[in-house]
Unconditional design. Structure first.
Length: 349
């Protein structure tokens, strides 16, 4: 079976991290796997995929919205049995490029929301695009429900396969923990809410530090919030990093403050490292954490600070929460996810 994954780029993000972990496993399981991107980037995801012996095909196009990508895509995908697509606009271009070809098309929906769904005129367009896919995978029940509601459609093509992480990688890391340190690993984008976390810092003791890992369009705005709130000396903007697992292992508490999420991959990574996690109550994220970690109302900086303070001040509660989070992470081992993906591919062929 020849399998091609398509994603616009390997820039830092949850879907990109997932592919960097998943593709080496698929190779190990005997699948013939390639990856197609618009343009290559020099980062940890790119290097990890290359080290696994996976061919990365680049369109060498820095404009992900260029219609010329469709013509080149069509020539490439015609030689594969399965094409597995991730994220917009690859969702559109691959669907159009595959018209009339016999290749089986799979798409993974990674989020419960996006800006296209704010504009109803996109609905008929997206109905046509999604019809081209033989299977539509959602990374959570909430993601599937939101997509089906948007498309006004529900049939056997829709399946749920929850995300997974490399649990063993976090268990193998041994690093000293930085006392009273918080960490959030996310792109600085509309779907994330670093702003609320930054604002919560003014309600916390002055010796508590926050590490924000990632980059993106909203980064400078968040820097200005830290300055305006008078906490810039305790908020460290670390940028995109290749040692995310190590940084998580060093942290005392992990935070995932989001405006919307499809799943919450970073929250699982934090739990896999044996850390308590505090997340916003958005669908797709809260279901992963509830009953193990802490949940606060989205946008409520005071409540977030209270949740963090309890973990900092009550050692027995901290240890119990950390243990619950560690146990929960085992439900999301990437090997389980990889097996479900492979079963789906073989069903199609």
């Amino acid at each position: 079976m020849k399998l091609l994954h398509i994603i616009s780029s390997l820039e830092i993000g949850g879907a990109q991290r997932l592919l960097a972990d998943l593709l080496p496993i698929q190779i190990k399981h005997g699948l013939d796997v390639d990856l197609l991107v618009n343009a290559q980037v020099d980062n940890e995801f790119n290097e990890k995929i290359k080290r696994a012996g996976i061919n990365i095909i680049s369109l060498d196009s820095h404009n992900i919205y260029s219609l010329s990508n469709i013509i080149r895509l069509r020539k490439i995908i015609s030689s594969y049995d399965i094409v597995h697509v991730h994220l917009f606009p690859s969702l559109y271009w691959a669907a159009i490029a595959s018209a009339g070809l016999k290749v089986k098309m799979v798409y993974t929906e990674h989020s419960t929301s996006n800006r296209r769904r704010e504009k109803t005129y996109f609905r008929p367009i997206e109905k046509l695009i999604y019809k081209r896919y033989d299977r539509i995978i959602s990374i959570s029940r909430q993601t599937e429900s939101a997509l089906q509601q948007w498309l006004q459609s529900s049939d056997k093509r829709f399946v749920v396969i929850e995300n997974g992480v490399d649990i063993g990688r976090f268990s193998a890391i041994c690093r000293p923990v930085i006392p009273k340190s918080l960490i959030m690993v996310s792109r600085f984008a509309a779907s994330k809410d670093q702003e609320t976390l930054i604002r919560s810092m003014k309600y916390l003791d002055k010796d508590i530090v926050l590490h924000l890992v990632g980059d993106g369009d909203n980064l400078e705005h968040c820097r200005s919030i830290a300055k305006n709130e008078g906490v810039s000396d305790r908020v460290m903007f670390l940028g995109a990093r290749s040692d995310v697992a190590e940084l998580i292992t060093e942290a005392y508490i992990g935070i995932q403050s989001s405006n919307w999420e499809g799943f919450g991959l970073t929250a699982v990574e934090i739990m896999a490292a044996g850390k308590p996690v505090v997340v916003s109550d958005v669908d797709g994220l809260k279901q992963v954490v509830e009953g193990a970690g802490e949940i606060f109302h989205k946008g409520d900086a005071r409540e977030l600070a209270l949740k963090i303070s309890r973990l900092l001040e009550d050692k027995s509660y901290y240890e119990a929460t950390a243990a619950n989070c560690k146990r929960r992470s085992a439900c999301y081992d990437i090997e389980l996810m990889a097996g479900k993906y492979e079963n789906l591919y073989y069903e199609l062929t």
